[in-house]
Design a protein. Structure first.
Length: 761
């Protein structure tokens, strides 16, 4: 890979030389400034009454193949994205926050289909990386405030991320991409387009991806197979659209770290998946010491951990996440420019998943092994429908919409036996069968009814948006095996959540915008998060638990003049009735959480972004964000005793400073990009006594395009973490504690290189 690094940097040098060389007959057209007059890295939301930006497929395509669409948007103002792999696709470590709001307080949709709250043990949806491959994403739209009023989401307190799939191509053809790189990464992508019948008739495409890579540290792999398809059928003034997606993902986990572990064991420390006998020895010692609560399993092992272990939680034998999903939709939509426009879409989602840990806390029965496999198992059956209708009436454009979803979700905690002390007889990347114990098993149901009304009024240069949304979300928990967890019913009803905003053109290419949004967050139905993730006594004591809500105010300006396009905005957010679920013990133990309202959070900040077309194919982009998010209250228990002194403390995982920038080149033959991403210090305790340092990460891309006899080829090289920075990436993988070090950190992936060959047929 050192040779590849040298080639990549040499390629960047040649790219720059080619760009500044005197143009000849073959390159004049490509390198003339006019050829790139309309190139935009980020589309800043002109005419919008809220902060919003868009990224297109071309931007995502220049990242390393397989990069999560979530990682692609990290360059946008106030977006904090973290992951432990080079693609940002490993789900246990994948985290995104905006303006201090974490990902379960953000709304996610694909072509309008709700994706839920994007948590790892997703109970009401799925990650965008499983819903669609990055090559098939046509556009990503990010609203940093409370988001679009018509979004199918009941949790978007702090923003909305809307993803849109590409339509079929006009001409029949195929695309074949092959990637190879660090850690034996192999990724194969193929897509076939039928083309549009008679140029404007029906069309469809289907794609398949196979991806497999070794973990960058430890033993294990991360493997994905995925199919996407889309069909579009025009029928006079409307068109019918259908989509289908299948995903089968098997990922070995990285070990969660603490600052103490990183200092004592090093950043390359991981689970001991290649040494089962060592894992058995560690479990035996832990049992002999009484650290696990399990009986003595092998007295001869003694009570001293083998070097360099200090605790049984320093490393486990193995862990993995398995997810298999089907996601489909079918709908009809009218021409958006029609006097009366409308759309209606139905969808379904079926998911089967398991999260596995080889736990030393529960031995296999009969003394065969001091370790067993602990799973959290997920089965989702979601069905829903949403639509809208609207039209223009004089100076105003009125739209009303609605959404209904029924989500049947089953979740269980089970244990599977290992029948040997010498070698594991179960493979971590296989779905497990025949458990010897079930700790708990619940059927959950969530019914969602949501509607919205929006009116867009135009008075010359002034556009005013007024409206509101409302919803009723009812949650129920029905135990099959209660296991000490809560059952019952709870609901959130808020029929009036107002939205208001304006956009005013003050001069050609310059506008002011501002707005106010009020949003309420519904509860979720789960044994691992939300009101049911506690004991029955704890649930009964919740009483009239108030849902989280936020009031967001925004004011800013957008500017466009010549080659420059930019924005400057400020915001203030009042986050009320913050719900805190506190757990005790190591994550692998799975103790019930304690949920309570713990006060409010106030956030304010500024955001700036700018793009310049420099001529001769060069573009530059930069964004800066300052965020101040603080807790406004201390945390007390039910009898008034102080639990955590959080008043005035900074919100966990909410960096104050984010600075991103990139320089790109796009010519007829060569292209490239280098980007930098700075993030300041982040706290991972509520009392702010523990933090991880800021860091700067660089990525780079170079490539060449060839046209050989009408066949288009492209060779692209990517480097992630170009200068091999050692840093802590994700924080909070096992939640956040009040104070003290915690095994809840992920180390960022080191420098890695990938090369992709793309062929159009």
């Amino acid at each position: 890979m050192r040779i590849f690094a040298a080639c990549l940097l040499a390629g960047a040098s040649l790219l720059a030389t080619a760009a500044y060389a005197a143009p000849d007959a073959d390159t004049t057209a490509a390198d003339a400034p006019a050829a790139h007059e309309n190139t935009e890295i980020v589309v800043i939301g002109r005419g919008e009454s809220r902060q919003v930006q868009r990224l297109g497929n071309e931007d995502i395509a220049e990242l390393a193949a397989g990069t999560s669409p979530l990682k692609a948007i990290e360059k946008l103002p106030s977006v904090n994205f973290q992951g432990a792999d080079p693609f940002g696709a490993y789900e246990w470590a994948e985290r995104i926050s905006i303006r201090g709001f974490n990902q379960n307080q953000l709304g996610f949709t694909l072509d309008g289909i709700p994706l839920g709250d994007a948590t790892y043990g997703n109970v009401n949806g799925l990650h965008i990386s499983r819903a669609i491959t990055s090559e098939n994403v046509g556009e990503v739209r990010v609203s940093q405030g409370a988001g679009s009023i018509g979004t199918q989401a009941t949790n978007n307190l702090g923003g909305t991320l809307e993803f849109f799939s590409r339509d079929p191509e006009a001409e029949m053809g195929a695309q074949l991409n092959a990637t190879y790189g660090s850690d034996h990464t192999v990724r194969l992508y193929g897509r076939f387009d039928t083309g549009l019948v008679n140029g404007d008739g029906p069309g469809a495409w289907v794609s398949y991806v196979h991806s497999n890579m070794d973990k960058w540290k430890g033993v294990g792999e991360q493997r994905t197979d995925q199919v996407n398809a889309k069909a579009v059928i025009p029928a006079g003034p409307v068109r019918f659209v259908g989509t289908i997606a299948w995903s089968d993902r098997h990922e070995n986990d990285y070990q969660d770290m603490s600052l103490g572990m990183i200092k004592r064991l090093g950043s390359d420390w991981d689970n001991i998946s290649g040494d089962y006998k060592l894992a058995v020895l560690v479990a035996d010692v832990a049992n002999n010491r009484g650290d696990t609560g399990a009986p003595v399993s092998n007295a001869a092992a003694g009570t001293v951990y083998p070097t360099p272990f200090a605790t049984v939680d320093d490393a486990y034998f193995d862990a993995a996440g398995l997810r298999r999903d089907w996601l489909g939709s079918f709908g009809v939509e009218s021409d958006k420019g029609a006097t009366i426009h409308y759309s209606l879409k139905g969808y379904f989602h079926d998911n089967h998943g398991q999260g596995l840990w080889y736990t030393p806390y529960v031995p296999s029965p009969g003394g065969t092994s001091p370790i067993s496999i602990r799973t959290t198992e997920y089965d989702i059956d979601r069905k829903g429908v949403f639509g809208d209708i609207g039209g223009s009436f004089g100076f105003n454009e009125l739209t009303v919409g609605a959404w209904y979803e029924n989500n049947d979700f089953r979740q269980a905690r089970r244990f599977y036996a290992l029948n040997s002390r010498g070698a594991p007889d179960r493979f971590s990347l296989d779905f497990q069968e025949n458990p010897f114990a079930t700790q708990w098993d619940f059927r959950y149901n969530t019914k969602t009814v949501q509607y919205y009304v929006e009116d867009k009024l135009t008075f010359g240069d002034l556009v005013v948006n007024l409206g509101w949304k409302g919803f009723d979300v009812r949650n129920s928990a029905d135990p099959i095996v209660a296991g000490g967890l809560a059952s019952g019913k709870i609901k959130v009803t808020d029929w009036f959540q107002p939205h208001a905003g304006f956009a005013y053109t003050i001069a050609p290419g310059a506008e002011l915008f501002g707005g106010f949004t009020q949003v309420t967050r519904a509860f979720v139905s789960s044994a691992t998060t939300g009101p049911f993730a506690t004991t029955q006594a704890g649930f009964d004591a919740l009483g009239n638990l108030k849902p989280e809500s936020s009031d967001t105010y925004e004011l800013g300006g957008r500017f466009r003049r010549g080659p420059f396009n930019g924005l400057l905005a400020g915001y203030y957010a009042d986050f009320q009735n913050r719900l805190l679920a506190q757990t005790t013990g190591a994550g692998i133990v799975g103790n019930p959480a304690i949920l309570q309202n713990v006060g409010s959070v106030r956030s304010w900040g500024i955001e700036a972004a700018g793009e310049a077309r420099l001529g001769y194919g060069f573009t530059a982009y930069a964004s800066y964000s300052y965020n101040d998010s603080t807790y406004r209250d201390d945390v007390f228990n039910s009898v008034g005793a102080l639990i955590a002194h959080t008043k005035g403390k900074t919100v966990v995982d909410a960096p104050k400073h984010l600075l991103k920038g990139e320089l790109g080149y796009e010519g007829e033959r060569f292209f490239g990009r280098v980007g930098g991403n700075y993030m300041s210090k982040r706290y991972f305790t509520y009392e702010n006594d523990q933090s991880v340092a800021g860091r700067v990460i660089f990525d780079a891309t170079v490539g060449v395009k060839l046209d050989l006899g009408g066949r288009k080829f492209e060779l692209q090289g990517n480097a992630t973490n170009l200068f091999d920075k050692h840093y802590v990436s994700t924080i909070g993988t096992n939640g956040f504690g009040n104070k003290g070090d915690n095994q809840t950190l992920m180390v960022g992936a080191p420098q890695q290189f990938f090369i992709t060959l793309k062929a159009g047929i």
